[in-house]
Design a protein around this ligand. Structure first.
Ligand SMILES: [Zn+2]
Ligand SMILES: [Zn+2]
Ligand SMILES: [Zn+2]
Ligand SMILES: [Zn+2]
Ligand SMILES: [Zn+2]
Length: 200
């Protein structure tokens, strides 16, 4: 998936579009019957059909070859795109990768200014990112923004029923913070009971 849209898409010559995805052709490959498609599209198509999507002529994978004709490649590369991350327009398609890596930055929903190339790292910590419950593998279907996770874990039955190593060591940590002998007495009780009892 690209983070751009074509500008004036309706005005783009239909011959430059792929009949499979209806977008201007990306990474063009041609068949021996002289029809051209995006490499990804025709590869995907070829898994289920061994015929050309346009003329139905039989094709084999060795019949697919990358388009090297500059006339076609140039027309495709010069198409104008608009970045859907920073909204900058008028970017030549073959310059988009440069834009993505070097110049694209935008305000994340968390209000931090992020470079697009750092976005996948940022998503791992962003408080506005949608994430699953930490007990998703146990069957919790909760999904919400990271900043709401803490509150959810307080009430999630599945989080509190988990007795994984993390839950145990966290509980030990909180108990050792306390100093009274009464608490020491309660450790054994808590260790033998479920994590839910410890948290509340
Ligand atoms: Zn396509
Ligand atoms: Zn064909
Ligand atoms: Zn951008
Ligand atoms: Zn963010
Ligand atoms: Zn949950």
């Amino acid at each position: 998936m690209h983070n751009y849209v074509y500008e004036n898409e309706d005005l783009i010559n239909a011959e430059l579009k792929c009949v499979i995805c209806h977008q201007p052709i990306d990474n063009p490959v041609s068949t021996t019957c002289n029809h051209t498609f995006c490499k990804n599209c025709i590869t995907e198509w070829y898994r289920n059909h061994q015929s050309c999507p346009i003329c139905r002529q039989h094709i084999s994978s060795s019949d697919l070859s990358p388009v090297t004709l500059h006339l076609v490649l140039n027309q495709l590369n010069r198409l104008s795109v608009k970045c859907t991350k920073c909204n900058q327009g008028n970017i030549q398609r073959d310059n988009y990768e440069y834009h993505r890596l070097q110049t694209c930055q935008f305000q994340c929903e968390c209000e931090e200014i992020i470079r697009q190339r750092d976005m996948s790292d940022h998503e791992k910590i962003c408080r506005k990112q949608f994430i699953k419950c930490t007990a998703a593998e146990l069957g919790c279907i909760w999904t919400a923004r990271r900043e709401e996770l803490y509150e959810h874990t307080l009430t999630c039955v599945l989080v509190n029923s988990s007795t994984g190593p993390c839950a145990i060591s966290e509980n030990r940590g909180s108990i050792s913070g306390g100093s009274s002998l009464q608490k020491t007495g309660s450790i054994d009780i808590e260790r033998n009971s479920s994590a839910a009892d410890v948290v509340f």
